[in-house]
Every structure is written in C-alpha cells, then in structure tokens.
Write a protein that binds this ligand. Structure first.
Ligand code: RP5
Ligand code: MG
Ligand code: MG
Length: 278
C-alpha cells in the first residue's frame, strides 16, 4: 500500500527546514505547478557525514538497483529523476529538495516490527468493545516506543544499516529500542526465547510516509507483523526503552491512536487482518 504525501502531516511536524507548503491537490507530479519553488535543504550533519551519500547525486551510478551495501531499489517500482539528475520522490511533491536529514539520495530503507497481542483485564480476560456498526470486537495492543527526537509514539523501528537485511533490522531495532539490548547485556533467557519464537511467524506488511521525506530522498519501510494469539509468548517479555527511545510500552489500539509517520496505517492493516476493534 502506498500513501500519498500528506500535507497535514508535514505542517504539524516542526522541522527547522522551512518546507514549502504543498496543497494536497498539488502533490502529484502530473499536476502542473509552474511556480513550484521548494526549499533546498540538507542538514550540515548529513553533509559532513562520511557514511552519507556524496552531495553530488550524479556520482552515484547504481540507482534503482541493489548495491553491495545499499539497496537503492524502491518498493514503488523504478523511480525517475529531476532536471538535476537527482532521484524524484515517486509519491509526489514534498515542498523540500535536497536530502533534509536523510543519508541517501532516493529511497532510505527502514524496518518496523509490529508486535501485537489481545488486550486483557486484570482477570486475564480478553477485552471486547462494541464498534460503530454494533459488532463486538477484541481490542489489540501493540508494542510502541516514544521517540527521543520528537516525543511521538511510534513502532520500535529503525534504519537498515549498510549490508543489512530489513528483516534483521527490525528485530535488532526491537531489541535496541524496546528491550534496551545496547545496555542490558543479559536480556533474560525467557525474553530472548520469546523474541525468537515470535519473529519466526511474522508476516510482511508493506511500505511508509515519513516527515523527513523530500522530493529527492524518502523513507521506505519493510514492516512485519508478529501476533501473539494466546499472550503466552510475550508473557515474560520485559520491555525497556533504549537507544532512540525514551519509553517502551504496550499500547491499546484503536483508530484514535496517533503514531509517527505512517505507523497508524500499518496498524489499520493489522486490525483488518485480525478483525480487531478499531
Ligand atoms: C520511519 O522512521 C520508519 O517507519 C522507521 O520506524 C523509522 C526509522 O527511522 P529512525 O527511527 O531510525 O529515526 O519512517
Ligand atoms: Mg534505532
Ligand atoms: Mg528508531
């Protein structure tokens, strides 16, 4: 599933980058906009970072292909280039050119773990709620973290490291951000076991829309869903915030849950799949 760049999301997100406002009906590149004058912006941090791409995008010769270290393919298909030969965001205009805060020209890949189970009361009974059409449905809960950079609730995901597979990324990030594996070296046996078992049965969901996206650099995520039907697998899972996360917790899911980037959209897919309350 692809999500159109959403102007409301960008305008509520405070970046120091002076993003030009793009009305929703002007997002599509096929809609003519002669006076479109996006702000050019790449942070100093990215410009100085040796692991980031060179500032001259024309030095990169493997766009649209899987490189040895970096996957430059897009889940949206073959992407095009702008008049300066820089990759063009296939989702449309964002009001910003350059790379903003992203490392790579074109797609920047991430992995997101969506770990769910049914919400239970103190007596361990599953909680049901009546939806608008009168149906009683079970309420899901999902592991979320609070992001250090903007305090928003999010899935405990992160960027794919060079040479890494997205599936390994999302497991690593789950451990780093929701289990604080970087500091807690001896994650209990039971926690470690349940992670292994849980991620064994995951199912791939899809792609993202991130507030850092620009016309020339954007985020794409491989999100996997892992559901613990009985609650047994995650009973001994000890959540503990780490790295980019300031909190880690189980959060009940419904349509009002506001999460970073497209993460609520991911959850909507999961909810439909499990016929859960929304
Ligand atoms: C989102 O940004 C992805 O869905 C993923 O959750 C996250 C990766 O970036 P960091 O968490 O490393 O900032 O677009
Ligand atoms: Mg991280
Ligand atoms: Mg992260």
């Amino acid at each position: 599933t692809l999500y159109k760049n959403n102007v409301d999301q960008y305008s509520t997100y405070r970046t120091p980058d002076n993003r030009t406002t793009v009305p929703n009906d002007k997002v599509d590149w096929n809609t003519a906009w002669v006076d479109y004058a996006p702000t050019e912006y790449t942070t100093e941090k990215i410009l100085q970072n040796k692991k980031a791409d060179p500032s001259d995008a024309t030095q990169i010769d493997n766009f649209n292909s899987v490189g040895e270290r970096i996957d430059r393919t897009s889940s949206t298909g073959t992407y095009q280039f702008d008049d300066r030969n820089r990759p063009r965001n296939p989702m449309g205009r964002t009001g910003l050119t350059g790379r903003g805060r992203l490392y790579f020209w074109g797609p920047n890949h991430a992995g997101d773990p969506i770990v769910t189970r049914w919400c239970r009361d103190a007596q361990k009974n599953i909680i049901w709620r009546q939806d608008e059409s009168g149906w009683f449905k079970k309420v899901l809960e999902v592991v979320t973290i609070q992001r250090r950079d903007n305090q928003e609730l999010a899935l405990p995901g992160g960027m794919v490291d060079p040479g890494e597979k997205a599936f390994s990324t999302l497991i690593r990030e789950f451990k780093e951000e929701a289990m604080n594996s970087l500091e807690i070296k001896d994650i209990s046996k039971s926690s470690a076991n349940c992670i292994e078992k849980l991620f064994e049965k995951g199912r791939q969901i899809s792609y993202v829309d991130d507030p850092r996206n620009t016309d020339n650099a954007w985020m794409e995520s491989t999100a996997w869903h892992f559901h613990d039907e009985t609650g047994e697998l995650t009973r001994d899972l000890k959540l503990s915030a780490g790295d980019d996360a300031t909190k880690a917790m189980w959060t009940p899911v419904d349509r009002h849950l506001k999460l970073y980037a497209s993460h609520s959209k991911f959850l909507e897919i999961v909810v439909n799949r499990l016929h859960a309350y929304w």
